[in-house]
Design a protein around this ligand. Structure first.
Ligand code: KIV
Length: 261
């Protein structure tokens, strides 16, 4: 059985200057593929709200959803480090409840949790790390604040971002996601903060990158932000397969003798 990546393995890779790869995973299929591809980190992202549930944003994702998908990803992967993305409301509900929710993620199989926010998240991060739960921060555009930001937007507040990153590091985060941050600001944060930064729309200078499984593999052709690179065209291939199947069924070609008992 493959050895599971640990936080220490990540720190060692970071010290050696090896770039880290993170992709979201929500089910057995994606968990196993990430493992097979040797991806370092599997994020059970609250993007499950948009990708799996077909919602416009991540706001309605619950702890129940997160625990359900975290358990599957942890059980069906062997080597990726599994991080549960704490949903909106699960860590803004008082420090004790936030720590209890983080521990529930660990009991479901996560090795770490991720949560959004800078200075305002410090108290809960300190308590979580104090309870032995590794925490990944998330700065820049934070999708759970989409109503406050009136939609996705590039975050150019260099001083605030750097100060927030330093506060998160003091609170004990092992890594920070930077989402939609100009490359030069992400570079400055990466050079100064001392923990691996994982970028999405934050340029090439981060310590690693993250993409959403469904976006990078071309499940949703209509989603085309500048930062996204498609590594596979699932949509076209799947449509073609489904159309061929329909034609075969209608034409009596499937099932043939080779598919029949
Ligand atoms: O939920 C998610 O997929 C994320 C990544 C975009 C970082 O938070």
């Amino acid at each position: 059985m493959a050895k599971r990546t640990t936080i220490r393995d990540l720190q060692n890779a970071f010290k050696q200057g090896r770039k880290l790869s993170m992709v979201t995973a929500y089910d057995a299929f994606s968990a196993r593929l990430l493992d097979e591809a040797g991806i370092d980190l599997a994020l059970v992202g609250d993007s499950l709200g948009t990708t799996l549930q077909g919602r416009a944003n991540t706001l309605s994702v619950s702890m129940e959803h997160t625990l359900y998908h975290t358990e599957i990803v942890a059980r069906c992967s062997q080597s990726t480090l599994v991080i549960a993305d704490m949903p909106l409301g699960s860590y803004q509900c008082g420090v004790n409840a936030a720590v209890a929710n983080a521990i529930a993620c660990v009991k479901a199989g996560a090795q770490a949790v991720k949560l959004e926010g800078g200075a305002r998240a410090v108290a809960v991060i300190e308590r979580m790390t104090g309870a032995g739960v590794p925490v990944m921060g998330h700065l820049g555009f934070t999708p759970q604040s989409i109503n406050a930001t009136s939609g996705p937007r590039l975050n150019k507040e260099a001083d605030v971002l750097l100060e927030d990153a330093q506060k998160l590091v003091q609170a004990g985060v092992f890594s920070i996601v930077l989402e939609m941050v100009p490359s030069e600001i992400a570079r400055a944060i990466t050079e100064k903060c001392g923990v691996p930064t994982i970028g999405i729309g934050a340029g090439p200078h981060c310590s690693g990158q993250v993409l959403v499984f469904y976006d990078m593999l071309g499940f949703s052709p209509e989603f085309t932000p500048k930062f996204l690179k498609r590594y596979f065209d699932f949509h076209t291939g799947a449509l073609e397969g489904l159309s061929r199947y329909k034609k075969d069924v209608e034409g009596g070609v499937y099932p043939g003798p080779e598919n029949s008992y």
